[in-house]
Design a protein around this ligand. Structure first.
Ligand code: GNR
Ligand code: NI
Length: 172
């Protein structure tokens, strides 16, 4: 297991629509393990494969934030099969947009189908932070970032800030 570098805004890869996994094999499981290590190391509560540069529909999540009682979830080809009418607002962040946080309103509950690490079909009913986090991760698989849910003014401001920072980096 190793941590992998996380790609950052404005990396154009973040806009890619990721491809479905055709077989949950050892290679896919090795990627999930690396993603979990990368997520815990960051630290973060979720990570999509595209954030380590791989456009594949794999997500890892752990919203427990408890070092001693980890509850890692690996979701392959996750699909939202139900969203609640009720909404919830959370302050979101993204490891690909470091140190930027903003409130986002999303459906409060969701139901998601996915394949687990063994390739078995599963469903999960999500509420609270888990619901927000899984919706944020599935957005990544479709090339959508949480800033895409903000006003155009706020979004453009963040993109400009990160584009500038990257240019200064490359000139340093
Ligand atoms: O670590 C993360 N925290 C977070 C907080 C609120 C809503 C979503 C998230 S996910 C984020 C990690 C990340 O970028 N996942 O794609
Ligand atoms: Ni993110």
């Amino acid at each position: 297991m190793t941590t992998r570098p996380i790609i950052i805004l404005p990396d154009p890869k973040l806009k890619l629509v990721s491809d479905p996994v055709t077989r949950v094999d050892d290679d896919a499981r090795a990627l999930m393990d690396d993603m979990l290590e990368t997520m815990y190391h960051a630290p973060g509560i979720g990570l999509a494969a595209i954030q380590v540069g791989i456009p594949t529909r794999i997500v890892v999540v752990d919203v427990t934030r408890d070092e001693d009682n980890k509850e890692p979830l690996c979701l392959v080809n996750p699909e939202i099969i139900w969203l609640s009418e009720e909404t919830a607002i959370y302050e979101e962040g993204c490891l690909s947009i470091p140190e930027y946080y903003e409130e986002v309103e999303r459906p409060a509950q969701c139901k998601v189908s996915y394949l687990d690490r063994k390739g078995e079909a599963c469903e999960i009913h999500c509420d609270g932070l888990l619901s927000t986090c899984i919706q944020h991760e599935i957005d990544h698989l479709n090339g959508v970032l949480f800033i895409d849910h903000l006003s155009r003014l706020k979004r453009d401001r963040v993109i400009r800030r990160f584009t500038k920072a990257q240019k200064q980096e490359s000139n340093a």
